[in-house]
Design a protein around this ligand. Structure first.
Ligand code: FUL
Length: 695
């Protein structure tokens, strides 16, 4: 008996010991997960784009394919300047437009003469792809290539021969230039082009023509560590986010359905129950357009805009691909450098000190009660460790205690996505003056989510996961106190000719100038509409916060003649005046019965010397009637008309900016914009604004 009891007790103790030592198993993966290439790419977070081609020299958004390669003459080209700026800006890689839609190749391709060999650059012996690949290596940056599937130069574009040509070029790029981290297959396939002299419109079926499945196989064979970007998202490794404005949806699943259509809304938000891991990349330019245009030197995105872009991309489970437009001399403009470096500094200042690092933290549930998965694992700065809950526990909270009241205004959280993206909803709270205060309530997390909120003095901070597809895995939680950054005001000219300055923050003071000089705190204070007469006007304004004595970057706007006496005369409609009200957010559409082509005629009230016109399309999220092919005519009497301009608004679909078209000087009192075609190939025509450029 005694012996039996002893043996039983021994087994019992051994059993207990065994259970205590047994590792608590990690959670099983949930749903689709990233592969190693996607994981490495996601961790790059922020990298750069370079747009440079023959159309840099013709001031166009898209080359037509007939641009003379002898114009491509970057006299001061220095790719090491590009790489240095990218590195100093905190970027992890650079992607070069090796071939844009013009078809012109920035490397000597064996398969065409429309390349470096026909340009004066280095007497035809240059290879910019090689130079940049080397510079990236030198600066510790990864290197990627953009190869436009649409080629407006190639005579056989549209036929099977082009696919062979395209794959040959792809093979050159993916074989001769070392490791390529990403290949970019732009989806624009506009139709018209030079095509070896045919000068015609060619349509292809985007779903079948490029035979992507086999093209992707080739890519993966040549570069096993690459990620493939394609704007439809399907079967590629990365997806477009449906806009070039620099943001992805707040709800952002890194999932898509690998079959079926991918409408824009899905691109922006991903698909909650998608069956493939296809994360979003936010591509946007530091200037309004992708290629360099001198007129945009004063339109380089400022620090507050770049910070917003960061929060709306990296801070929303995306990566940020920020573009530099190379100047004709071959360099990045100093303003772009200045702003991107200020941006890098501000990101560093905001996130350098994690106030939650190794702080005391407690979790409502810990997987298997194991220290391997407890709250401290989200605060230890190690991306491979995580706080996890038990299987079946899909909600829970993590509370951080500070030693003393601490000022905080930013929150960062990361899921351990190697095992899937799971969180569907969460809130954050702070203990302020002894009471819990909700700071924000959001949906998805993913690889990284950053939230901004007004500064609070907190003694505790709490993350509540309120809904998840499964138990969840949080690899990182951080709280920060980012310095304040003032946002620049916007400036519009109303139809009356008066200038309105709109502050981003009501409490700041606005200082402005009308003589082209930089505003300071000695300049005039804005209080109400500024009357500037009927001529041209130039306005510069900044916001200033008297408490912190900080000022915003300066906004500069140049306006042409006032549109005070203008009238739309081709239609009678009480809202048509919105086309000339100066407000970019109001829009007017032609009636539903209208068929394209359709005219819009304006009487300017008196004769003007015109040298161009400007068109701003519908700026709304679900915009429609964006004109892509147009004619513009002028008249002195509204009877006999002269066509002064016709053509395309390139890339207006993805980047719906002001479109400026210039022509030889012409006297006119009446102007007519004829919409020939819109981006959706239907009969809608919409206008946010129409304006002229005068002598
Ligand atoms: C777009 C292109 O059409 C633009 O020119 C630019 O290259 C941008 C990144 O993608 O679709």
């Amino acid at each position: 008996m005694c012996n039996k009891g002893f043996i039983f007790s021994m087994f019992f103790i051994l059993g207990l010991l065994f259970t205590a030592c047994e590792e608590v198993k990690p959670p099983e993966p949930f749903g689709p997960v990233p592969d190693e290439n996607q994981m490495n790419w996601q961790e790059m977070e922020y990298y750069g784009f370079i747009h440079f081609s023959v159309n840099t020299y013709t001031d166009m958004s898209w080359g037509f394919g007939n641009e003379d390669p002898s114009t491509f003459d970057p006299k001061e080209l220095d790719v090491r300047q590009w790489a240095r700026i990218a590195k100093e800006a905190g970027m992890t890689g650079l992607i070069l437009t090796a071939k844009h839609h013009s078809g012109f190749c920035l490397w000597p391709s064996e398969y065409t003469d429309y390349d470096m060999t026909s340009s004066p650059y280095k007497d035809g012996k240059g290879d910019i792809v090689r130079e940049l690949a080397d510079a990236c290596k030198e600066y510790g940056l990864k290197f990627g290539v953009y190869l436009s599937p649409w080629d407006r130069n190639f005579a056989d574009y549209g036929k099977p021969e082009y696919i062979t040509y395209f794959r040959n070029q792809l093979t050159e790029l993916l074989t001769n230039y070392g490791d390529i981290f990403e290949v970019w297959f732009d989806g624009a396939n506009g139709g018209s082009g030079y095509y070896g002299g045919a000068n015609e419109t060619r349509k292809i079926d985007r779903t079948t023509y490029y035979d992507w499945a086999n093209t992707y196989d080739l890519v993966r064979k040549l570069q096993p560590n690459i990620v493939i970007w394609n704007d439809g998202g399907k079967r590629a490794d990365l997806r477009w986010v449906g806009t070039e404005s620099g943001y992805v949806g707040e709800t952002n699943w890194s999932l898509l359905d690998s079959l079926g259509d991918v409408p824009e809304d899905m691109l922006r938000h991903g698909v909650e129950n998608g069956n493939a891991w296809v994360p979003g990349e936010v591509n946007t330019s530091i200037r309004p357009e992708w290629f360099y245009h001198k007129r945009e030197d004063s339109k380089v995105k400022t620090l507050p805009v770049l910070m917003d872009t960061y929060y709306n991309s990296v801070g929303r489970n995306g990566t940020l691909l920020l573009n530099f437009a190379i100047m004709p001399n071959g360099l990045i403009h100093e303003k772009d450098e200045e702003n991107v470096l200020a941006f890098a500094k501000a990101v560093k200042e905001a996130f350098d000190e994690d106030l939650a690092l190794n702080a005391d933290a407690e979790a409502s549930n810990v997987r298997g009660g194991s220290s391997k998965y407890d709250a401290s694992k989200a605060l230890d700065g190690d991306k491979e460790s995580y706080w996890a809950t038990d299987d079946g526990v899909n909600t829970g909270s993590l509370t951080i205690s500070f030693d003393e009241p601490t000022s905080i205004n930013r929150f960062m959280v990361q899921e351990y996505i190697r095992l899937g993206q799971r969180v569907k909803a969460f809130t954050i709270e702070a203990m302020v003056d002894g009471e819990w205060k909700e700071l924000d309530s959001q949906t998805t997390i993913g690889y990284k989510r950053i939230l901004q909120f007004p500064t609070v003095e907190a003694t505790k901070f709490r993350l509540n996961i309120t809904d998840s597809k499964s138990n969840f895995l949080i690899s990182s939680v951080g709280v920060f106190n980012a310095p304040q950054i003032l946002t620049s005001p916007s400036i519009i000219r109303e139809q009356s000719g008066n200038i309105r300055i709109i502050p981003a923050d009501e409490e700041s003071v606005i200082y402005y100038t009308l003589d082209g000089s930089e505003p300071t705190t000695d300049s005039q204070v804005y209080s109400d509409l500024i009357s500037t007469g009927d001529g041209k006007a130039q306005v510069a304004a900044m916001a200033y916060d008297p408490d912190s004595q900080k000022s915003s970057p300066v906004t500069e706007e140049s306006f042409d003649i006032s549109r005070k006496s203008w009238k739309v005369i081709s239609v009678e409609n009480e809202r048509v005046g919105q086309i000339i009200d100066g407000n970019p957010n109001t829009v007017w559409h032609q009636s539903r019965e209208t068929k394209l082509p359709v005219d819009l005629v304006i009487d300017m009230g008196k004769e003007e010397e015109l040298i161009g016109f400007r068109y701003l399309p519908d700026q709304n999220l679900w915009s429609s009637g964006i004109i892509t092919e147009y004619e513009f005519s002028v008249s002195l009497d509204n009877k006999s008309w002269t066509k002064v301009s016709q053509g395309e608004f390139s890339n207006i679909n993805n980047n719906p900016l002001w479109q400026s078209k210039e022509f030889a000087t012409k006297k006119a009192r009446y102007i007519k914009l004829t919409a020939l075609k819109n981006t959706q190939n239907n009969n809608s025509a919409g206008y946010a604004e129409i304006d002229v450029i005068t002598q």
